[in-house]
Design a protein around this ligand. Structure first.
Ligand SMILES: [Zn+2]
Length: 275
């Protein structure tokens, strides 16, 4: 049954997606809303009723400006991977897609949006290179397998003489990519399948600092880099600690660059299989 009305039809709310990149300059900002693990967002004693453990996230800092402009209530944030809360995201930034659900104003200036988000979040994070995109980009961005370059501040358990450490670092750098096997780290084992994965790490440079050695490390997509440094009691083999013959921990981490994606290695074709 249809009904004639004289009022002009209200525009249907639409889904709007835009993509861009973010940089994060602080060590207390998660990428997406950090729901309280105790109550899953409902609010409890641990989170003092807020339902989340940090006030802000990259997603929320964008949403607070974007949602009123798009006249929408709900959004989703799709990152090309994510860094831990305490890891800074520097260099060329990390690609993301921001999805606005049921926008009643579907076209706004993304340039103005970025300017206002960055003004409010100054010193904490920034977004740039925003442009509208379609839903295919969500999958493309989430599935790209990009190696990363990190700066890892490493503290050794026992002091190794500077010259000796320089020599070990030099030898490791000359080896280039070192294949490693990594078990699912203990800290994420509750939400990831326990598997052994083949990855690689590569030492790209270093600097001696007062607090330790700042190592520039490249690694394959999906490498847990803190565990690749310490070895986590043998769950990563070999680890940077093992390769340098000096037990150590990663005490501070920055993503310096998300490198261009690498083609997925094809599995060995069995006999009789042609492709
Ligand atoms: Zn809670």
């Amino acid at each position: 049954m249809t009904q004639e009305t004289s009022a002009p039809p209200r525009p249907q709310p639409v889904r709007v997606l835009f993509e861009g990149r973010y940089r994060k300059f602080v060590r207390d900002l998660p990428q997406t809303i950090f729901y309280c693990p105790e109550c899953k967002g409902r609010g409890c004693e641990r989170c003092e009723g807020y339902g989340k453990l940090t006030r802000d996230s990259v997603q929320e800092l964008i949403a607070r400006v974007a949602m009123p402009r798009f006249k929408a209530r709900r959004n989703k944030f799709h990152g090309a991977g994510r860094e831990d809360v305490d890891v800074r995201m520097l260099g060329g930034g990390r690609p993301f897609v921001f999805e606005v659900l049921k926008a009643r104003r579907p076209m706004i200036s993304l340039e103005d949006l970025a300017a206002e988000v960055n003004r409010r979040a100054e010193g904490r994070m920034e977004i740039f290179d925003l442009r509208y995109c379609n839903r295919k980009r969500v999958v493309e961005i989430k599935e790209a397998r990009c190696p990363k370059e990190y700066a890892a501040l490493v503290r050794f358990e026992k002091e190794v003489a500077g010259a000796e450490m320089e020599e070990r670092l030099q030898r490791l750098q000359e080896r280039g990519r070192v294949p490693i096997v990594q078990e699912t780290p203990e800290r994420v084992a509750h939400r990831r399948a326990r598997l052994e994965r083949e990855r690689w790490i590569e030492l790209a440079g270093w600097e001696r600092e007062e607090a330790g050695w700042r190592l520039r490390v490249r690694s394959a997509h999906g490498t847990y880099i803190k565990e690749a440094v310490s070895g986590e009691g043998g769950r990563t083999r070999p680890s940077l600690a093992g390769l340098l013959e000096a037990p150590c921990q990663c005490v501070e981490l920055d993503v310096l660059e998300i490198l261009p994606p690498e083609p997925v290695e094809e599995e060995q074709a069995g006999p009789g299989l042609s492709r």
